[in-house]
Design a protein around this ligand. Sequence first.
Ligand code: DON
Length: 320
Amino acid sequence: PAARPAPGDEARPSGEEIQQALQKAHQQFKGTKDGKNADYIPYLAKVDSNLFGLAVVTVDGEVYTVGDAASPFPIESLSKPFTLARLMEEVGAKKVEDKIGVDATGQPFNSIIAIEMNKDHRAGNPLVNAGAITSVSMIPAKTPDERWKKLSDNFNAFAGDSLPVNQEVYKSETDTNTRNQSITALLESYDVLGSPADQALDLYTRQCSVNVTAKQLATMGATLANGGINPLTGKRVISADTARRTLALMATNGLYENTGEWLYQAGVPAKSGVGGGIVAVVPGRYAIAAFSPPLDKAGNSVRSQHAISQVVNTLGDNLY
Ligand code: DON
């Protein structure tokens, strides 16, 4: 279909069109068997692979759902853009650019060589593990508890709801995160962390273990779509400038080494997590979130990618 005219025009999709597009995509892709659950985190390996939920939240606060949109799942890497947004609010966009970087690494999300190859031995960008661990470490706070409260309050403000830590996931990841321990130790050796390595890794692991539903995730994305104001609570969470910079980083880094391919297919900024969630944002209009555990090789949910891409293209809301 032809791309829609610029945002703000009268050609926005109606609620009925959105609901129908969600239902069609759910029906079409629920039988897709490609991909497999993340298995490097024991908890995620045993989640039901058939779960599949979709949700849209508009900047006007309308909510549309289909399937398992109320099933909680671990937020994982979907935590990264929201913590990044909080960090930009607290320390400014320039410091994020200087201390972490804002360009694609072109490498997998848990790459070590990307840190070695970066000219300043920075993480490269805030949406890979190294960059997210650095982001967490740089949130200004006197104690780890105070830092955690800021992170948790921030997720809740984006979601307009209280998001709990899934203690089983937190334990499962803490017991098995040897690769992230290596990444954190390397970052510490290059003196790029804002707080001690063990504290940064623990809070990063905890933020990955926060449970979210597709509906809550769509609300978090809709807050970005709405220039930083949560459309369900009406509260400003971040500035409009932070919202647009966060979306720029999602467009260039949101699906790791497959980000270019994603943008080519779907034409909208998005972010994925190994729990099976993806959120995509149409600025000024809505966010769409999908949840389905089986992942492709880059760590992105297969059904979620298919469904979001189809809905956005059906509604003519692809930006590029
Ligand atoms: O640090 C990790 O490896 C996980 N807690 C999160 C990684 C992740 O979600 C990457 N996403 N696609």
